[in-house]
Design a protein around this ligand. Structure first.
Ligand SMILES: *[C@@H]1O[C@H](CO)[C@@H](O)[C@H](O)[C@H]1NC(C)=O
Ligand SMILES: *[C@@H]1O[C@H](CO)[C@@H](O)[C@H](O)[C@H]1NC(C)=O
Ligand SMILES: *[C@@H]1O[C@H](CO)[C@@H](O)[C@H](O)[C@H]1NC(C)=O
Length: 185
């Protein structure tokens, strides 16, 4: 009888360690096996894992060359900024929350309009295979995210997370655009 008790004890220990093993085992980590291009690009951004995760959200990334990848990056940035712009409109409709600075939100609305327009111009140029102005457009987009964030001054910004995302996506666009324009740099 005592023996059975010991057996069930060791069984529960076994299950416990098995569960720990499963949960930390690296087999199913989210970091995919990235292509050399994605690795090169993301190593030049300020947040490697954000860059890899964002690009791999697109199923075409594993087969993408520079040109496909820059198209993917601009589209991701565009989608991200338009969802943030919708969010800003929602906040404004709800009277800017209560403690939020309404003027700051209005300012952000126009910043995001500028950011979207810059990314949109980039996408038009991509359609006509003109690459030389892309770094400038992506730079303007990144600046619009920073402008929005700084419009809150020292006070709490409800958009920090989204501004960081748009800025980081614009940064990816900058890196790939530069890679296309200066392949040997
Ligand atoms: C990805 O995995 C394949 C095979 O599984 C391997 O040949 C390739 O070198 C890997 N690429 C990278 C960047 O690790
Ligand atoms: C990088 O981005 C991830 C989100 O993908 C975030 O959790 C992390 O804090 C970021 N790291 C830095 C150093 O900003
Ligand atoms: C934009 O980026 C943020 C932060 O990574 C993410 O939570 C959000 O889902 C993204 N939105 C789109 C439409 O890509």
């Amino acid at each position: 009888m005592g023996n059975n008790r010991i057996k069930s004890h060791s069984l529960s220990f076994f299950i416990f360690f098995f569960a720990v093993f499963i949960s930390i085992h690296p087999c199913c980590a989210s970091n995919p096996n990235v292509t050399k291009l994605v690795d090169d690009v993301c190593a030049k951004t300020s947040n490697y894992s954000f860059c890899v995760d964002s690009l791999y959200a697109d199923p075409l990334t594993p087969e993408a060359d520079k040109i496909s990848l820059v198209n993917i990056a601009f589209r991701l940035a565009y989608e991200n900024a338009s969802s943030t712009q919708n969010h800003i409109e929602e906040l404004l409709k709800n009277n800017g929350g209560s403690s939020q600075c309404r003027q700051c939100l209005e300012r952000c609305g126009s910043d995001y309009q500028k950011g979207l327009s810059a990314i949109g111009k980039g996408m038009n140029d991509l359609d006509s295979e003109n690459y030389d102005l892309l770094p400038g457009y992506a730079d303007d987009a990144a600046r619009s995210a920073s402008d929005c964030e700084s419009s809150f001054g020292g006070s709490h910004s409800p958009l920090t997370f989204m501004n960081n995302a748009f800025k980081a996506l614009s940064e990816i666009c900058i890196v790939i655009s530069n890679l296309i324009n200066n392949p040997h740099k």
